[in-house]
Write a protein that binds this ligand. Structure first.
Ligand SMILES: Cc1ncc(COP(=O)(O)O)c(C=O)c1O
Length: 483
């Protein structure tokens, strides 16, 4: 009997045998209690997050997400330039993804047998490795941080060295191994000690990298081709130079493309812009379609073989849920959408347009210091004004909290223009635009109109941005007086 028929019979049989009347209707559950979300979180979860949302007026109760948009309880549509920290590359709730995931649930596949190998995982591995023909193996994980952890273990095992070099301002995740390679003290403070053997160097500094590698004790140099925190661009020669230095000193070059990969920068991998073929490529975030967490290390077979080198070590590294069928289906469906809808080309085209229009603001507005990025990973950096009328207010705010002014700019963007966007990291003056790769020219009009208006208003000391700033300053003075 054909396999398809066998699967169908089985599904029909189970459906007949099962009483579904007691199954929870998640939509009804959401409708009945969504209005309590802030209260539930304050009581049982992270109350600081609720405080942040209420303070900046982001507590609008989103009730639906579709494509690049979110809809709130008042019926307003928002353009989402966070895309769930980059996971919704194909947009929210893409119908192809939903169909693929439902088809897994409807098929009763033999998921996570553990003493078998998954067909869908093999298929996804093959699909991914087509994008990196110089790499031969794929290792699946459940998140970005776990992907980074796996890369560190592969690198140490393959080289017999312990050193891991990473860059200032980098972000690789918040589990201990990944945290040990995060170049921002805020994330580490209070959690130390981190793992030994990790060395931080400045980004874009080849002599510093060479000094770090010279002793030949470094297993891997881990780098984001474009740093997510700050949207920091590599200089034209940096990644190729770093790769050459790694080859010279026997260090593995690990490209963390967890944020930049899968078309985000207008190429499938960001390293393609600079013609670099890393020893390991890390992907996660967008591969999930936004629904089922998944990450992957793509690597060379000789590195892989150093970890999985004997039958008794066939499970020496892994994770119970890695390679689960829903995650693998999400990955396959995501690649289908990226390919069928030509999202890499769309990211390149829409990104080029936005880069040009936002860059034009630089010559018109003294607060706009820089616009940088590639594809749909764009940073707009604000900085100290020259004119006297703005300088005093700027200094007051920035003394209170570095990056505060930049944070204030995101509030009218949200409240008045329905654009959800954030600063590119802690104490950062760069606003990061990280939309779905599906945005169209009407969305770009929306971005240009909104940013144009709010940046213009931010040059008016009696405008809404500075009014918010004054409110904050007065609030903090009153709190100080109250003791
Ligand atoms: C470049 C990079 N690496 C790793 C991670 C960690 O991913 P996750 O949050 O899934 O652990 C992130 C998350 O923002 C990232 O941007």
């Amino acid at each position: 009997m054909p396999l398809e028929r066998l699967l169908m019979l089985d599904a029909d049989l189970i459906a007949e045998m099962t009483d579904l009347s007691s199954a929870t209707d998640m939509r009804a559950l959401f409708v009945s209690q969504e209005a309590d979300r802030y209260e539930l979180h304050s009581r049982h979860m992270n109350n600081m997050m609720v405080r942040v949302l209420k303070t900046i007026g982001f507590d609008v109760r989103f009730i639906r997400g579709k494509g690049a948009y979110l809809f709130d309880a008042a019926g307003d549509r928002y353009l989402d330039l966070l895309s769930g920290w980059g996971v919704f590359a194909i947009g929210r709730n893409h119908p192809s993804l939903a169909t693929a995931l439902k088809s897994v649930l409807d098929s009763d596949l033999p998921n996570l047998v553990q003493m078998d190998v998954s067909a869908l995982a093999g298929i996804l591995a093959e699909r991914l490795l087509k994008y990196t023909p110089w790499l031969q193996k794929a290792f699946f994980t459940n998140s970005g941080a776990e992907t980074f952890e796996a890369a560190v273990k592969f690198a140490r095992a393959a080289t017999g060295r312990t050193g891991i070099v990473y860059c200032e301002h980098s972000f690789h995740g918040l589990t201990y191994g990944a945290l040990s390679a995060v170049g921002d003290q805020l994330y580490r403070s209070g959690f130390g000690p981190v793992l030994p053997g990790f060395v931080e160097i400045p980004f874009n500094d080849l002599p510093a990298l060479e000094r770090a590698l010279r002793n030949r004790d470094v297993a891997a140099f881990c780098v984001e081709p474009i740093q997510g925190k700050g949207v920091n661009m590599p200089s034209p020669e940096y990644l190729r130079g770093a790769h050459a230095l790694c080859q010279k000193y026997g260090t593995l070059f690990v490209a963390d493309e967890i944020q930049t990969g899968l078309g985000r920068t207008g190429r499938f991998l960001a390293v393609e812009h600079w013609g670099v073929e890393p020893d390991m490529v890390l992907l996660a975030k967008g591969l999930s379609g936004g629904h089922i967490p998944v990450g992957v290390v793509l690597l060379q077979k000789q590195v892989f073989a150093k970890v999985f080198d004997r039958m008794d070590k066939a499970v020496v590294h892994g994770s119970t849920f890695a390679k689960n069928d829903m995650a693998m289906a999400a990955g396959i469906a995501t690649l289908d959408v990226i390919e069928n809808e030509k999202l890499v080309a769309n990211a390149a085209a829409q990104g080029e347009r936005l880069m040009a229009s936002l860059t034009a603001l630089k010559s018109r507005y003294e607060l706009v210091k820089d616009v940088r990025g590639k594809g749909l990973l764009i940073g707009l950096e604000l900085g100290e004004p020259k004119s006297l009328k703005l300088r005093a207010s700027w200094s007051l705010l920035e003394t209170m909290n570095k990056g505060l002014f930049c944070q204030l700019v995101t509030i009218p963007l949200f409240r008045d223009h329905k654009i959800l966007v954030q600063v590119a990291g802690h104490a950062n003056r760069t606003i990061k635009l990280l939309s779905a790769l599906t945005i169209n020219s009407a969305d770009c009009d929306w971005i240009e109109r909104s940013f144009g208006t709010v940046i213009d208003q931010s040059h008016d000391v009696v405008g809404p941005v500075w009014a918010l700033g004054k409110q904050l300053i007065e609030g903090s003075r009153a709190a100080a007086r109250a003791g």
